[in-house]
Design a protein around this ligand. Structure first.
Ligand code: AGP
Ligand code: GLU
Length: 611
């Protein structure tokens, strides 16, 4: 998500900064900006939309300078518009700053700075940083010290770069929680969020650690900690992979990278939204409509594809945690239903892209009929995000692989938070709420544990990938997971797969079963376990092969099925969000064994903007 590139050296900065930003495009963004200088007043240009639009607005003749900073923004605070795009600048327009991350305590800092006379021109959290640095410089500190002191006051994450017209031979960068890497060239020095931005110029890099503040000069640099003046040493490393491979962080495909991002994206989905001391969640994006939500009677979840299966999971969650009558509908079918809405009706749209035409049409219909429309969306500034009355962003960062993985878990966990928030005004006790929050806090560790065992799923895929058909089965919360697992497999490996409620096997599908038609069974040790075992026995009795996704410590299952992938134990409600990980891996490895174009499967688009 978002990106930073800086350059200081003997060449013109502009073309190198633009090239670097283009290398970071895969990270996704909604606006971009650039500032260059060579002593005279700093040249600044910002633009909403693509880097090519920013480039088209720049006259290279006037935009000269051998020092510069550039940024692609993934908006978190403030709409994607020119005023909110970075670089942000100080009141005296001598300091220019770009930032990746979230400043959680920006509001009190902004109020303090405004009281001291600073004028703000954006809605972003970032802008407080450049005014903090300006105030420190005016108190006599040099740029490095001014940045150190400013960052000591910050709660949140940042990767920043600062340009100072009064210190033309220097660029100061710093990081905490957002990546920033220095590239050391011959008499030139760069910094970026990702090595791919400058690897064409140099492979000598220094990976900054959290709380490092680096002062870059032509041809050399120094690093101190935010906390104090003492210099710190960081190893200079040589990167040895192509820029393209770098963008995937060494993963073979974006999809595998995004599967592996899930410990972090779950953290990002819930960051600042868990209140264990009250056993409840906090969702700023729906606070304006909370009173109406609390009095609502009916909830309709509308979405497509993977988001529809997340919605089916969400229905069980809202029914379990709230008094809401909940239904879930395919957005493409929603318009054909004569649904009656009133002020007690809520429609929740789930969408990674925020541009899915069917879902957009569904919420427009719901709004027309008076329902309160909420969105859980990943892309800030997207149509659904803008047209929903309120909502919650996933903060999963751009999902490049066409097959949705990290956004399935992000949107699902946000529905748990939404249901918890509502339920704690209804019948949910403090302890019930706390148990859910604790289970959510353990998710990243549990997901990482399964990712560390991904080879087990590769072995299973090797054993079964030649099958022409697959059945996926599950019950209750895990029925939607069976549906999602089947979709993952078919959309990237082109192997036919069907997800089914396990209880439905005897009503037809079991006629399909023989030794060439394997079944993936999601069978954690919960209240549905015994019935799942019966379904599995029915399959085995017809020579069907069964792979089980089962609870750690379940030794019985091994006697019943052919292969097992164990998942950590947690609340029944949260188990499906762990069970989906091995299914994502199974689909990925099966597709890879078939040599499929995994990130861009045939016939599919990442955002389906047609009906
Ligand atoms: C899922 O892997 C597919 N890419 C597709 O089903 C997708 O979930 C669906 O098109 C909905 O997209 P959205 O979440 O962006 O609305
Ligand atoms: N939080 C900052 C903003 O919304 C930075 C977002 C980013 O990382 O691009 O502008």
């Amino acid at each position: 998500m978002c990106g930073i590139v800086t350059y200081l050296g003997k060449q013109q900065a502009l073309p190198l900064l633009l090239e670097g930003l283009k290398r970071l495009e895969y990270r996704g963004y909604d606006s971009a900006g650039i500032a260059v200088m060579d002593g005279q007043p700093v040249r600044l240009m910002k633009s909403v939309g693509k880097i090519s639009e920013l480039e088209a607005r720049i006259d290279p003749v006037k935009f000269n300078g051998t020092a510069g900073i550039a940024h692609t923004r993934w908006a978190t605070h403030g709409k994607p518009n020119e005023a909110n795009a970075h670089p942000h600048f100080s009141c005296d327009r001598k300091l220019f700053l770009v930032h990746n991350g979230i400043i959680e305590n920006y509001l009190p800092l902004r109020r303090e700075l405004e009281a001291a006379g600073h004028k703000f021109v954006s809605e972003t959290d970032t802008e407080v940083l450049v005014h903090l640095v300006e105030a420190n410089k005016k108190s006599g500190l040099d740029l490095t010290a001014a940045v150190q002191h400013a960052l000591r006051r910050v709660v949140g994450t940042f990767g920043i770069a600062v340009l100072d017209q009064d210190e033309p031979g220097v660029i100061v960068v710093a990081k905490r929680g957002s990546p920033l890497i220095i590239g050391i060239g011959n008499d030139e020095i760069l910094a970026a969020s990702d090595v791919s931005a400058f690897v064409r110029l140099t492979k000598q890099v220094v990976y900054l650690n959290d709380n490092d503040v680096a002062t870059l000069r032509r041809g050399d640099y120094s690093i101190v900690s935010i906390e104090g003046p003492a210099e710190v040493e960081r190893e200079v490393e040589t990167v040895d992979i192509s820029a393209e491979a770098l963008e995937k962080r060494g993963f073979k495909h974006f999809m595998l990278k995004e599967i592996h991002q899930q410990p972090d994206t779950v953290v990002n989905a819930v960051r600042g939204r868990l209140l264990p001391e009250e056993g409840v969640s906090r969702l700023g994006g729906i606070e304006p409509v909370l009173e109406r939500l609390k009095s609502a009677r009916r909830l309709s979840i509308v979405s497509c594809g993977t988001s529809f299966y997340a919605g089916q999971y969400g229905r069980y969650v809202f029914e379990a945690l709230t008094n809401l009558e909940t239904d879930v509908a395919l957005a493409s079918e929603f318009r054909y239903r004569s649904v009656r809405f009133d002020e007690k009706s809520v429609v929740l749209a789930l969408s990674q892209s925020g541009e899915t035409a069917d879902t957009l049409a569904a919420i427009r219909e719901a709004k027309r009929k008076g329902a309160l429309v909420l969105g859980i969306v990943n892309v800030v500034g997207s149509s659904i995000a803008r047209e929903a009355g309120a909502g919650v962003f996933m903060h999963a960062g751009p999902e490049i692989g066409v097959a949705s993985t990290k956004c399935f878990t992000s949107q699902s966990i946000i529905m748990v938070l939404m249901a918890l928030l509502l339920g704690r005004y209804q019948n949910l006790t403090f302890n019930e709420g706390l148990r859910i929050l604790r289970a959510i806090e353990e998710m990243p560790k549990h997901i990482q544990d399964m990712l560390d065992r991904q080879e087990q799923m590769l072995e299973i895929a090797r054993k079964y990938h030649k099958a022409k058909n697959f059945l996926f089965i599950g019950r209750k919360y895990n029925y939607p997971i069976a549906l999602e697992g089947a979709l993952k497999l078919k959309e990237i490996s082109y192997v036919h797969a069907e997800g089914y409620a396990a209880g439905e096997m005897k009503h037809g599908p079991i006629a399909l079963i023989d030794e060439s038609f394997p079944t993936m069974a999601v069978v954690p040790q919960d209240e549905t376990y015994d019935k799942m075992i019966s379904n599995i026995q029915e399959i085995k009795a017809r020579n069907g092969k069964v792979i089980a996704v089962a609870s750690e410590g379940d030794r019985e299952i091994r006697k019943v099925v052919d292969d097992v992938f164990y998942i950590p134990r947690t609340l029944d409600l949260i188990t499906p969000l762990l069970a989906v990980i091995p299914l994502q891996l199974f689909a990925y490895y099966t597709a890879d064994l078939h040599g499929r174009e995994i990130d861009k499967p045939r016939n599919l688009a990442k955002s389906v903007t047609v009906e």
